[in-house]
Design a binder for this molecule. Structure first.
Ligand code: SF4
Length: 429
């Protein structure tokens, strides 16, 4: 069977689609680059914003227009709106998030379902999606917190962790396929193992993977800024191992203590600042990025300005800023005092500019240094040669000229110039 895989949204969706690809290949099926060639299209949808939900529907309609024989829809939007998903043109099935991990085995009627792909080169790039050098591995799903704005936890349910051995096998499979960087992902990655008896901790999983596998780079995706075990300082001591990428994405969501309380976040500005200080103390050169929401219900101008000043002082390496949009089924959707959309948008633009400026200052601090870069893309550069682009371990985007498209290789690059598109460097022999 020919299968087209499509995904939008978070790294967890990406990890899941990569896992589907490996399972389908393992069962002898072929992945194709376009829905027109496919007997089956699987679309992994997202609901984090209204735009993401609209994109999800658009992907399904595109597959139907292209003539894909069967379309199966899964993911957060399909779980929250299963009837709407089933009613889209060409949809032959909707798989809710609760059965998402069994989607391929259900479709192919595999008994028992595989818990991880074999370590024999099945994690090749997926046709039609951007060729990635990083392998996204889902280690955890769902969340037991109740942040009042969060639709993800409504869509994905309670926290549950994958067993360490299944994760290790999947990491080994990715490495056998040539992955240079492993990215561990989860809805609440820091909660990995808490549902085990006795409980496990992310600290132990990371230690295990660094010890038992030869991953050249291991990266942690988003980490909620609390509950790092055994303590933030001890957790950050993991980074004495240089294969662990010096990048922490710590979603703050708001810099105002009052807004954080209304969001029911398990942190305060003071605790967040202490966490950032502990990370910087333990991990020289660490890039710390964040997520922020503007226009949360009741956000006054004074609260916004207090939060903005807090974020400014943090001097972060970048981040994403979203305007709040209410999701039915969340507690925040019932809160009074909505912020007018133009105000929320102006605040978002302001914070985006703030983070862009501090991110540029962070990047500028590395000019003149030579850092290893993993090349993720190569574009032809007339009349001959290539422009490579990739990432340092501390998440600096770098471009360099090369005579060969060294995709998926790590090379030392001297960083020479900062442009709006990132750093420009020279590959060192
Ligand atoms: S901790 Fe993260 S995933 Fe969990 S409810 Fe809060 S925002 Fe959602």
């Amino acid at each position: 069977m020919k299968v087209f895989l499509d995904s939008i949204g978070c790294r967890l969706n990406q990890a899941e689609i990569e896992s589907y690809a490996a399972q389908l290949r393992q069962a002898g099926h072929t992945l194709v680059a376009a829905p027109a060639e496919a007997d089956l299209t699987i679309v992994n949808t997202c609901a984090v914003t209204a735009a993401a939900a609209a994109d999800s529907r658009q992907k399904v309609r595109q597959a139907a227009r292209a003539g894909s024989a069967q379309i199966v829809v899964t993911g957060c939007w399909a779980t929250l709106q299963p009837e709407a998903a089933a009613a889209l043109p060409g949809v032959s099935g909707v798989t809710l998030n609760a059965r998402k991990d069994q989607l391929v085995s259900d479709l192919l009627q595999l008994v028992p379902p595989p818990d991880a792909p074999r370590a024999d080169g099945l994690r090749a790039p997926i046709p039609g999606l951007r060729a990635r050098t990083r392998a996204f591995i889902k280690v955890q799903d769902g969340c037991d917190n109740h942040c009042t704005f969060c639709i993800t936890t409504v869509a994905r349910g309670a926290g549950r962790s994958r067993p360490r051995d299944a994760i290790t096998r999947e990491v080994e499979a990715a490495l056998a396929s040539g992955a240079q960087e492993i990215v561990l992902t989860g809805v609440h990655l820091g909660a990995w193992g808490r549902d085990f008896d006795p409980p496990g901790h992310l600290y132990e999983l990371v230690t295990h993977l660094l010890t038992r596998t030869a991953a050249p780079r291991l990266r942690l995706s988003s980490l909620e800024p609390w509950g790092l075990w055994p303590s933030p300082a001890a957790f950050f001591a993991l980074w004495q191992e240089p294969r662990l990428c010096r990048h922490l994405h710590l979603p703050l969501q708001a810099g105002s203590a009052a807004v954080l309380r209304r969001m029911a976040r398990q942190t305060t500005p003071a605790r967040f600042a202490a966490l950032v200080a502990a990370a910087r103390n333990a991990i020289p050169g660490v890039a710390i990025t964040t997520d922020l929401i503007t226009g949360f219900p009741g956000e006054t101008e004074a609260e916004f300005q207090a939060g903005r000043e807090f974020v400014r002082q943090l001097e972060l390496a970048g981040g994403h800023v979203f305007t709040y949009s209410p999701h039915p089924g969340t507690a925040a959707a019932r809160l009074p005092a909505p912020v007018p959309a133009p105000v929320a948008k102006a605040r978002r633009l302001d914070l985006q500019a703030l983070l862009a400026a501090s991110g540029a200052r962070f990047a500028r601090g590395f000019l003149g240094q030579t850092l290893p870069v993993l090349w993720e893309a190569a574009a032809a550069r007339p009349p001959s040669g290539w422009t490579l682009s990739g990432w340092t371990d501390n998440y600096l985007r770098v471009q360099a000229a090369a005579s060969w498209p060294n995709w998926n290789q790590v090379q030392p690059v001297r960083l020479e110039q900062l442009t709006p598109a990132g750093l420009i460097g020279v590959i060192q022999a």
